[in-house]
Design a protein around this ligand. Structure first.
Ligand SMILES: NC(=O)c1ccc[n+]([C@@H]2O[C@H](COP(=O)([O-])OP(=O)(O)OC[C@H]3O[C@@H](n4cnc5c(N)ncnc54)[C@H](OP(=O)(O)O)[C@@H]3O)[C@@H](O)[C@H]2O)c1
Length: 306
């Protein structure tokens, strides 16, 4: 829960933001000015820009050259008011690296660590989750998600037990393909979950039709993966000048336009772009500051990537 000071600052910032018009559905902002949104099941505020780790954190713990920029990525996340790191046992060494970086920065209490289970059967799930606790070097994992709906009922039951024991704070389910969105909804109708993670971007807008409204209606927090469709959207505009109107949104890069497009959806709790570059991390965090696009500006962003 936010401290009294954070709440008052957030309230003052909200009042200031409100004068900018109705385009920004902020609940609060951090001391650093980063948009925060409430997790519906508890009201806890979560900074709306986090960090994905698929591929980017999959380096050797012996490789100081590779670890150095990653340490700066996480330092930049925390110093910029961010918290959320999303990882998974299937991302190679990413969980171990996330755990090691959190320790090196003595930042565990400033982070919101999310991982996943991708196993079949209760015992295999238990073993994998035990390994995640060890890799992340933590007693409590903030969010555990059933990865890509693998063996969902069994694994969610396991996660629910861990939540009851206080070892996991929130539970959820994930997918990364639009073809699975309806299945996510079916699961969430049957199984109580705090979070759902899925793909959403200017190139993959399926979630707007049913999934995002469903989550808003049911009070389920949403994490958006693949905001750059794994970097492909950014390759498309590489070297092209930003449109002049980007300045109206306070955006200074194509990446920020893509993230602001996602964050303008009020049912999005947080977006988790992956990066191994501290400069990109800072840039991505700034997308969670200032104005968000209104409906007309969102369509202009879509057209710019058309
Ligand atoms: N099923 C699932 O649960 C599932 C599936 C997919 C993804 N996810 C989660 O969602 C996260 C994000 O998805 P993703 O990693 O597939 O793709 P993404 O975030 O759409 O794209 C990542 C790529 O964008 C580049 N990038 C990041 N910020 C940039 C910036 N400001 N300017 C230019 N390039 C930038 C990165 O390059 P650099 O490395 O050079 O920084 C990286 O190659 C994953 O890492 C993972 O945590 C979960």
């Amino acid at each position: 829960m936010p401290s009294r000071r954070q709440f008052i600052q957030g309230t003052a910032a909200m009042a200031a933001i409100a004068t900018l018009g109705p385009a920004l559905p902020a609940l609060a902002v951090s001391e650093q000015g980063l948009l925060q949104r409430a997790i519906p099941s508890t009201g806890e505020l979560l900074p709306a820009v986090g960090l994905g780790t698929s591929r980017t954190l999959d380096v050797s713990l012996e490789d100081d050259k590779a670890l150095k920029p990653l340490l700066e990525v996480v330092r930049t996340l925390v110093n910029g008011g961010g918290k959320l790191i999303d990882t998974a046992p299937s991302y190679g060494r990413s969980e171990q690296v996330a755990g090691a970086l959190s320790q090196r920065l003595t930042a565990r209490d400033k982070l919101f660590l999310a991982s996943k289970v991708s196993s079949t059967g209760r015992e295999a799930g238990q073993r994998q989750i035990a390994d995640s606790f060890a890799a992340l070097q933590t007693e409590v994992i903030d969010l555990m998600q059933v990865h890509n709906l693998q063996d969902t009922a069994t694994q969610l039951a396991l996660l629910r037990e861990l939540k009851e024991q206080g070892k996991v704070r929130y539970i959820g389910v994930t997918h990364y393909r639009e073809g699975a969105h309806d299945e996510l909804i079916e699961v969430l109708r049957k199984e109580k979950a705090d979070f759902v993670q899925f793909n959403y971007s200017v190139a993959e807008r399926n979630a707007e039709a049913r999934l995002l409204p469903f989550c808003a209606d049911q009070g389920i927090a949403t994490l958006v993966n693949r905001p750059f469709t794994r970097g492909n959207l950014l390759s498309k505009v590489k070297g092209q000048p930003l449109p002049a109107w980007a300045v109206e949104l306070g955006a200074s890069s194509w990446a920020q336009l893509l993230l602001k497009f996602v964050l303008a959806e009020p049912a999005v709790t947080a977006v988790i772009p992956a990066t191994s570059n501290p400069r990109y991390m800072a840039e991505n965090l700034r997308a969670g500051q200032g104005r968000l696009p209104d409906a007309r500006q969102r369509e202009m962003i879509v057209a710019a990537f058309g």
